[in-house]
Design a protein around this ligand. Structure first.
Ligand code: CU
Length: 181
């Protein structure tokens, strides 16, 4: 009748799972196919594409193209601007299904190194933000102006995880289940 021990155990497990879910989903990485369904080719405006998403450390870019028709060079900003890949190449990808993990909070620049493609528009830059847990300190505000709090930028990211309400509901459900037993 009074089987309260397994019940309490069950409750604790639910609580732990809820907390873990909160932590894991908050830090979940996203996979973005560059150009979405169009992939990596000469017909897409990657300047527009790169503005569509907020990229975070741990996210992955996937470049899909016919091997040999294009390639992917990660380059410096000046090489991105000049399209001159004789210098400033940080990494080369040529498989046709290139997965690039964004490991640092910085600006990333990508170009296609097939002749004419970079100047033709196969290039973009993205800003990759630190994850919530590994947030770098915000730079000190210049001048005396009231700078908006930096946290707002990452506010939508926190929502990826369970909200406090989800957490409370889970807790409530676990308690309910126990009392039903
Ligand atoms: Cu190309």
């Amino acid at each position: 009748m009074e089987d309260s021990k397994p019940c309490r155990y069950f409750s604790s497990v639910c609580t732990i799972l809820a907390v873990l879910g909160l932590l894991v989903s908050g830090a979940a990485s996203e996979v973005y196919t560059v150009g979405d369904s169009d992939g990596w080719n000469s017909a897409v405006d990657y300047g527009v594409w790169s503005q569509k998403y907020n990229f975070s450390v741990g996210d992955v870019l996937v470049f899909k193209y016919v091997k040999g028709q294009h390639d992917v060079y990660e380059v410096t900003e000046s090489t991105f601007r000049s399209c001159d890949t004789s210098t400033g190449v940080l990494a080369k990808h040529t498989s046709g299904n290139d997965q690039v993990t964004l490991t640092e909070a910085k600006k990333y620049w990508f170009v296609c190194n097939v002749a004419g493609h970079c100047l033709g528009g196969m290039r973009f830059g993205i800003v990759v933000k630190g994850s919530i847990t590994a947030e770098s300190p915000a730079p000190a505000p210049q001048s005396g102006a009231l700078a908006p709090p930096q946290i707002n930028k990452n506010g939508d990211q926190a929502l990826r995880g369970l909200s406090l309400w989800d957490y409370l509901i889970l807790l409530g459900v676990s308690i309910q289940l126990c009392s039903v037993q």
